[in-house]
Design a protein around this ligand. Structure first.
Ligand SMILES: [Zn+2]
Length: 235
């Protein structure tokens, strides 16, 4: 009986204390949490400062072919030269951009094996690998721009997103025929980096070949590539 009395008193005391705590919480002034963020002594943090990494993101641009590998040769125009001209323009356009650090696999007309090009990208800590090529066809009618992804890449591989972004960027900048994103067996299967191969136009199409030789057109392609990369990296 005495035990029951103690239990009863303890129980009542417990209920009283709990209800006091609940009342205190309920009546706490609503302005308390708000005043913390409005405190003029607190440093103001802009969202950009919190989420944005100040270090540039490294991207590797490969000028396809080079040296003893000229690529397609049509009417005295060599693919390796167009590829390099566009790659150098991508570098020039991004030189003053703090968001990107562009590394080229080659800056001159020289031969580099495919595996070594990928090694350059991996050693540089690249976020992506983009190879620039110029197309050729058996007919003189084929024209336009296309982006290739290695066919070993699964549907969730980020190379597809990179390909879509670059294709979209270059088409928007150049206004050429959009041949879309395609897949075939590529040497890019030897890297796990997001990797695409961009074909910037056809040397076998007479009008497109003339256009590809002009600095203005090369510049438009390069701008499209940069926009596509920035889009892919959410920068
Ligand atoms: Zn090529």
């Amino acid at each position: 009986m005495a035990k029951f009395g103690i239990l009863l008193i303890t129980g009542i005391a417990f209920i009283v204390i709990v209800s006091m705590v609940i009342t205190t919480v309920e009546t706490a002034p609503l302005s308390t949490p708000l005043s913390l963020t409005n405190d003029p002594n607190q440093p103001r943090m802009e969202p950009r400062q919190i989420t944005r990494d100040p270090r540039p993101i490294t991207v590797v641009i490969n000028a396809g072919d080079g040296g003893r590998a000229p690529g397609a040769v049509v009417g005295g125009v060599m693919e390796k030269d167009i590829n390099l001209a566009v790659a150098l323009r991508v570098l020039a356009l991004t030189r003053s951009d703090p968001r990107l650090r562009v590394v080229l696999t080659r800056m001159t007309d020289r031969y580099i094996a495919h595996r070594d090009r990928l090694k350059i990208a991996e050693r540089a800590g690249a976020a992506l690998y983009l190879s620039i090529h110029t197309n050729a066809a058996l007919t003189t009618q084929a024209r336009g721009i296309e982006t290739w992804v290695d066919d070993s890449r699964g549907p969730t591989d980020r190379s597809w997103l990179l390909a879509e972004a670059v294709q979209r960027g270059v088409i928007a900048s150049v206004g050429a025929v959009d041949r879309g994103v395609r897949s075939q067996r590529l040497y890019m299967r030897h890297t796990r980096l997001p990797a695409v191969l961009l074909e910037v136009g056809f040397l076998t199409h007479p009008a497109e070949r003339r256009l590809l030789l002009t600095p203005e057109h090369q510049d438009r392609i390069a701008r499209g590539i940069v926009n596509g990369i920035l889009d892919f990296l959410n920068l």
